[in-house]
Design a protein around this ligand. Structure first.
Ligand code: B12
Ligand code: SF4
Length: 501
């Protein structure tokens, strides 16, 4: 019996940017008596169904965007006689859907770290339940990933999680509801051990795959102090101290290592934290800017962000502390106007962002926005290809709308076209070349140009374009750029024995 773990994708690029962490965590949680799990990441290559035999177990992890492809894989694997198990955020939110459409024998909700071996055991004994509650596992029970399962030469960045959960409550995000608002921080030794293993395999670049690397802001401490809440203050200080301990340990790793994470903009006000990030070689951070106007921020319950000039200043602060920002912006908010698009592109440029993504407001299930939208559409939400809009992830990729929420003044196509134009502007070659000055050597400037082009091809052209010819062209281009790009990110593997670090 073979255990297969499949990360579904309708597009394959041959080379991946970031290792999908869940594959290697569940690989590690698979009891060794069942042999070496077979890892299949369809962002590299589609699953070869001939490798699935009757009696095998096929674990499929889905988020909303790849659920439909996941269901195709599930149905096909079941038809070959395999036991099919679904997990991941989308299966957590819609367990019945995986049964109805994905051929699931069972579904795991929540974290798989602890429950996965139980599910395999039940599958082997023939005592599977319809659903398992994996829950929110405590940080000391997070299973470290098995990096020996990595296919060689396929990824640019490793991924290591240091904290799960986020104390904020943004309206477009499901993390605080599924992973919880209490940050679950992993022990420092366990994080460092994984990073060392990745470095030994030649990975210099590691994404800290956290919901929010900065779970305790100065404002939170000040609030607890004002409230005279001594217990809360102690708890927050302890969490904060652990972050500094982790960063101090990262700083001891070889200086050629580079880390990237996701963080809230509040960190810009915390220069001690930013300095620790610089020492730790955390050279990049995705910051959810979302909107550049106060009205837009109100639309997404992100009042803790800044707008206008203050926003530009905050974003520059990261750069001044050696942290390059990937700014994430949302278009299609009710307060957006035609002028918002250029204004956003200008802010992105003036704030000296290294990278930016411009996404169109998508109501993701599990979010406050989704619930309000679903309720508003009521019993007659409209249909595409026979599928109600409120189940948009089930619409075949080629027909999937790009904009879901009717906008007060713009048509869906106008929002899409203007969003595409902002991507085109931000990622024009001359602009990328100017931005690449943020890196020190010609080799790294070249890597910067390639990764910028790749990022645009992978996310904008395949995600926003409506024309299928453009999507396949972008896919081909991404495949071509990805190989040389990967080589630029790698280092010579370090020996396993000896005290290299
Ligand atoms: C790191 C990250 C990224 C990275 C790296 C992705 C990668 N290659 O790994 C980047 C920045 C590239 C990224 C991009 C995007 N992401 Co993202 N990302 C994350 C983040 C913060 C962590 C994921 C992670 O690695 N976690 C660590 C692993 C170990 O945890 P896990 O995946 O949850 O898996 C556990 C359980 O879910 C379960 N499990 C998972 N699969 C399976 C399968 C089986 C069989 C079983 C039993 C259990 C199981 O067990 C695992 C261990 O406990 C999550 C937030 C989150 N909390 O999940 C968002 C998240 C997954 N991303 C999200 C989104 C929306 C996106 C984008 C669409 C954003 C955008 N607009 O561009 C893109 C889509 C990319 C794509 N095409 O896939 C959403 C998905 C929402 C949804 N309902 O689908 C999340 C939840 C964040 C959010 N704001 O809501 N992302
Ligand atoms: S968008 Fe970021 S800050 Fe907001 S709740 Fe989600 S993870 Fe937290």
């Amino acid at each position: 019996m073979t255990v297969h773990l499949v990360n579904p994708s309708h597009l394959s690029f041959g080379v991946g940017v970031i290792t999908p962490r869940w594959l290697f965590v569940l690989g590690a949680a698979t009891p060794t008596v069942y042999g070496r799990p077979r890892i299949v990441d369809e962002t590299l290559e589609p699953l070869d169904l001939d490798t699935v035999d009757s009696g095998d177990i096929v674990g499929i992890g889905i988020h909303t965007g790849n659920a439909l492809r996941g269901y195709e894989v599930g149905v096909a694997a079941r038809a070959r006689g395999a036991t099919v198990v679904f997990g991941g955020i989308h299966a957590t939110l819609y367990p019945d859907e995986a049964h109805d459409l994905g051929g699931a024998h069972t579904v795991v909700r929540g974290d798989g770290d602890v429950v996965w071996p139980v599910v395999i055991d039940h599958a082997v004994r023939g005592t599977l339940q319809r659903c398992y509650e994996g829950g929110r596992v405590d940080a000391d029970r997070f299973v470290p990933a098995r990096w020996d399962l990595l296919p060689p030469g396929r990824y640019m960045w490793g991924s290591v999680q240091t904290v799960r959960g986020c104390p904020k409550h943004c309206s477009f995000c499901s993390v605080w509801r599924t992973d919880g608002q209490k940050p679950r921080q992993r022990a420092v030794d366990s994080v460092i051990a994984e990073i060392i293993e990745l470095r030994r395999q030649g990975f210099r670049f590691v994404a800290l795959a956290d919901d929010n690397f900065y779970p305790v802001a100065l404002a939170d401490l000040a609030m607890a102090e004002r409230q005279g809440n001594a217990a809360r203050l102690d708890q927050l200080r302890e969490l904060r101290a652990e972050r500094f301990e982790l960063m101090a340990r990262l700083a001891e790793l070889p200086p050629d290592m580079v880390f990237f994470t996701q963080i809230t903009m509040e960190a810009a006000e915390d220069e001690t934290f930013l300095d620790a990030m610089r020492r730790a070689n955390i050279k990049g951070a995705l910051v959810g800017v979302e909107a550049v106007t106060p009205e837009g921020l109100k639309d997404v319950y992100k009042g803790f962000n800044y707008a206008g000039e203050a926003l530009v200043e905050r974003l520059r602060k990261f750069r001044q502390h050696g942290v390059h920002v990937l700014g994430s912006f949302i278009f299609g908010l009710p307060s957006d106007r035609a002028s918002t698009f250029d204004a956003t592109a200008e802010v992105a440029e003036r704030a000296e962002l290294a990278f930016a993504q411009f996404v169109m407001l998508t109501p993701y299930p599990g979010t406050v926005d989704f619930e309000a939208w679903e309720k508003k559409l009521g019993t007659d939400p409209g249909r595409v290809a026979g599928i109600p809009l409120t189940r948009h992830w089930l619409i075949p990729q080629a027909h999937r709308p790009k904009v879901y929420t009717p906008h007060p003044v713009m048509t869906a196509d106008e929002i899409r076209a203007r969003t595409q134009a902002v991507w085109d502007r931000f990622y024009s070659l001359p602009r990328i070349w100017v931005r690449s000055r943020c890196t020190p050597t010609l080799r790294s400037r070249l890597a910067f140009v390639l990764i910028s082009k790749l990022y645009r091809q992978m996310y904008a052209n395949t995600g926003i374009a409506t024309d299928s010819a453009r999507v396949s062209r972008a896919n081909r281009w991404a495949r071509v750029i990805a190989r040389p790009c990967r080589r630029l990110f790698m280092a010579r593997p370090l020996p396993v024995s000896g005290n290299a670090m």
